[in-house]
Ligand binder design. Structure first.
Ligand code: 8YV
Length: 312
């Protein structure tokens, strides 16, 4: 009998086809009354496939009494209730590594867009404003100070890109990384004071909730830029909106928000913020690599009893 897989996050069409060819897949979104379906048939599923953005909460995990594995596409697991999974003895896999370069590319593009006003400049040309005069000056990026919050795989890839732009790099995180030569700053406030660009690449979840507080944003100062390619929950969004509205920081570039896909309406009319739809990893190549890894984790777990990229 094929392993029965409940699907709660949408995949690309080739992945949907590959998954259905090997597993007995049931998309939960086909059910008009998901709770009633789970009460009736939840016991049939051994696996749950999801994405970093959809996750799996305690209610869902507990509605699947035979669940053995949650296989997620994406590196972030902040939407998966890992405590409940551990308590229930359910294994969890994610897709680290394969998305690092594309996320770092986007994060660095955001640094350039914020400093050099590239998105505003595009809008300037489109609305015909160029014929009326010059586009205002931006801020130099090369040679400036770039601070990284969370120097994991993605943070280190951003740092490597920054080195190519002759930038000085420092970082903040839960601990100093002995394998890198960048300066470790123990105080996030001090790091923000030092930085021209503060780039967030830390993991989301309760440990980093509102880590970038009103004080940290204030410490960045009127010449500083904030770039968030990690999770909206890491930044006190209301404080950030206030700082951008009142020009207390130079600008921001945001790929993530506290209540996606909803963006604070106050940001929509501002030219000092770049707004992206959580797309840092969204390339055909990276999504294929992430989905291949989801599939390989499922195969490996149900055939050999081990995960390639276990979370727990
Ligand atoms: C994805 C992400 O867009 O990996 C993550 O944690 O936030 C993104 O890469 C998404 O989770 C892919 O399913």
């Amino acid at each position: 009998m094929r392993t029965r897989v409940l699907q709660v996050g949408h995949f690309t069409p080739p992945m949907e086809a590959a998954l259905a060819a090997e597993f007995d897949v049931h998309p939960l979104w086909n059910e008009s009354d998901a709770a009633a379906f789970l009460a009736r048939s939840g016991h049939e599923f051994q696996a749950l496939t999801t994405t970093g953005l959809v996750g799996a909460d305690a209610t869902l995990i507990n509605a699947l009494p035979a669940l053995k594995l949650i296989a997620s596409r994406g590196v972030g697991c902040d939407k998966i209730d890992l405590d409940t999974a551990r308590r229930r003895g359910v294994a969890v896999s994610n897709t680290p590594g394969v998305l690092t370069d594309c996320v770092a590319d986007t994060a660095f593009a955001m640094v350039l867009c914020a400093g050099r006003n590239l998105c505003t400049a595009d809008r300037f040309v489109r609305r015909g404003a160029w014929v009326q005069g010059r586009f205002p000056m931006g801020t130099r990026v090369s040679g400036k100070r770039l601070a990284i919050v969370g120097l994991g795989r993605i943070g280190q890839a951003v740092a490597r890109r920054a080195s190519g732009f002759d930038m000085e790099v420092r970082y903040y995180g839960t601990r100093r990384n002995p394998d890198v030569s960048y300066v470790y700053e123990e105080s996030l406030l001090e790091l923000a004071r030092w930085a021209d660009f503060l780039v967030i690449t830390a993991a989301g979840g309760p440990g980093t909730y509102h880590l970038v507080s009103a004080e940290v944003i204030a410490a960045l100062g009127p010449d500083g830029f904030l770039v968030n390619a990690a999770r909206g929950s890491i930044v006190d969004e209301a404080a950030l909106v206030d700082a951008l509205l009142n020009r207390r920081i130079a600008g921001a570039a945001l790929d993530v928000f506290e209540n996606e896909p909803h963006v604070p309406p106050a940001l929509l009319g501002l030219d000092n913020v770049v707004l992206l739809p959580h797309m840092a990893s969204s390339t055909t190549e990276t999504f294929k690599a992430m989905e291949d890894l989801v599939l390989d984790n499922l195969r490996s777990f149900f055939r050999e009893g081990r995960l390639l990229t276990p979370v727990c």
